[in-house]
Design a binder for this molecule. Structure first.
Ligand code: DTR
Ligand code: ZN
Ligand code: ZN
Length: 462
């Protein structure tokens, strides 16, 4: 690939690239796909076939899936690495906090969430809140889950509050993986500067118009959910929300207590003060576990729930996996239950195009179309787009799926250091905002000179 105004390739590989490109052009000529068509946006009639019979597509009330505690711990490992690389902490105003925001945002963007970063100033430093909305659901009824992402300056803050942050992140990613279609709108947030006095969440609530605030049916807060000597505490601010969590733990034969020390001590407080119904979970901080509590929860009586609270030893070693797992599953149960959504099972219907479309070297985008029909309702939140693109330097390629609405969903960005050939991938796209039936397009553009190729085939699985 020769970057425009970039370094030139050594002659051998340039010659090889030229031969391959010519080869593609020869292939195209044999197939009657003219070079003019390659540069224009061809109106290739797609060879679409429904190759599978539809399963029942009736939506069903969805039960929350299990949340992978291994995935939650993988997020904690990332946050630990971020702290290690940034002075040992992820505190407000420090590089480790912004790096934490960037990590979480990257995961959510890739999963199809609509994210925004809200900035604020505290103690002379810029702070950040990350807000993530799952497209769909009744916008007038929002189920909101939040956790503060900042640590104290003394340590990595893995339990306080990497645990809550990782727990809601994995729940959000599971929403996407499941293609969950909530009846109510789902929103997630990672707050900044909680340790300075709930600064980020207060900033968010303060700037939220009253009309938007009134749409929040519930705000659920998760601050410390993996304490090493854990308790199972449920916020008692709202009886119904408290009941959702208590009922869940009862099905797991886990005793709970109401959370008594937390009033005003975490990010649910600004929401509660603004009249929003709040709930949440907590596994304990520096208070001491009693003998009675140890009898029902295990662990060590006479010791704090988290002896590393606000200390440098709050690392990935400071986590009880069972508590992290149980609480992450309880978060998912609450999100699914309160959003009363459904998951439309995959129909199994496949629509495919095998029309070859040439991709001009460093040229205009080309498109291949598929017309979808006979699928009820909207496309799934986990629509599978399988592409087979032949190209001698796939880093040149930008690939989008364009829905019937005309909205483009980015499948692949270009990359100056991906010299491998061909793009043969299956992408999962949250296309739940699109009607299933209509014309879908695969749009491909080669954005760098000296390599070319063609779309060989692609298909959509509903
Ligand atoms: N203030 C929180 C930790 C904390 C202490 N008690 C509670 C009760 C409920 C939620 C959180 C807390 C912090 O240090 O981040
Ligand atoms: Zn704290
Ligand atoms: Zn905390």
């Amino acid at each position: 690939m020769l970057e425009l105004n970039g370094p030139t390739l050594p002659r051998r590989s340039r010659r090889a690239a030229v031969l391959l490109a010519t080869g593609a052009a020869v292939t195209a000529a044999l197939l009657g796909v003219s070079s003019v068509q390659a540069n224009a946006v061809p109106t290739t009639a797609a060879a679409t076939t429904a190759t599978a019979t539809a399963g029942k597509t009736a939506a069903r009330a969805a039960a929350a899936p299990d949340i992978s505690v291994a995935n939650v711990k993988a997020h904690l490992n990332q946050l630990q690495s971020i702290a290690n690389a940034n002075g040992g902490n992820r505190a407000h105003g420090r590089s480790g906090y912004k790096a934490s925001i960037d990590y979480v945002k990257g995961k959510l963007d890739a999963a199809g969430f609509t994210t925004s970063v809200q900035q604020f100033t505290s103690n002379g430093s810029t702070g950040y809140n990350l807000i993530a909305d799952w497209p769909g659901g009744d916008a007038d009824h929002v189920i909101f889950a939040g956790a503060h992402l900042d640590s104290v300056s003394r340590g990595a803050g893995i339990n306080d509050n990497g645990s809550g942050s990782a727990g809601i992140l994995e729940v959000a990613l599971t929403v996407a993986k499941e293609g969950y279609k909530p009846g109510k709108h789902l929103r997630f947030a990672w707050w900044g500067a909680e340790e300075l006095g709930l600064v980020g969440s207060q900033n968010y609530v303060r700037q939220l118009p009253a009309a938007e605030r009134s749409k929040i049916d519930a705000y659920l807060n998760f601050d410390m959910i993996g304490s090493p000597n854990p308790g199972y505490f449920v916020y008692d601010d709202d009886p119904q929300l408290e009941g959702v969590f208590k009922d869940y733990f009862a099905t797991k034969n886990i005793a709970t207590e109401i959370e008594t020390e937390g009033d005003g001590r975490s990010d649910h407080a600004p929401f509660k003060n603004a009249g929003v119904r709040v709930g949440g979970l907590f596994s304990g901080a520096d208070y001491t576990k009693t003998a009675d509590q140890a009898a029902k929860w295990g662990g060590t009586a006479g010791q704090p729930f988290d002896r590393c609270y606000h200390a440098s030893c709050d690392t990935t070693a400071n986590i009880n996996d069972t508590a992290l797992d149980n609480n992450s599953d309880a978060i998912a149960h609450a999100v699914w239950t309160l959003s009363s959504g459904s998951t439309t099972p995959p129909t199994g219907k496949v629509f495919e195009s095998k029309s070859q479309v040439d991709i001009p070297d460093a040229g205009a985008a080309v498109e291949s179309s598929i017309t979808v029909g006979g699928v009820q309702g909207n496309a799934p939140g986990a629509l599978k787009a399988t592409v087979d693109i032949r190209h001698t330097y796939r880093g040149d390629l930008v690939v989008d799926l364009v829905g019937p609405s005309g909205k483009a969903y980015r499948l692949k960005n270009s990359s100056s250091n991906d010299s491998a050939a061909d793009v043969t991938e299956t992408y999962t796209v949250n296309a739940s905002a699109e009607t299933a039936n209509g014309t879908w397009k695969l749009r491909v553009q080669d954005v760098a000179a000296q390599d070319s190729g063609h779309i060989a085939s692609w298909k959509l699985t509903f």
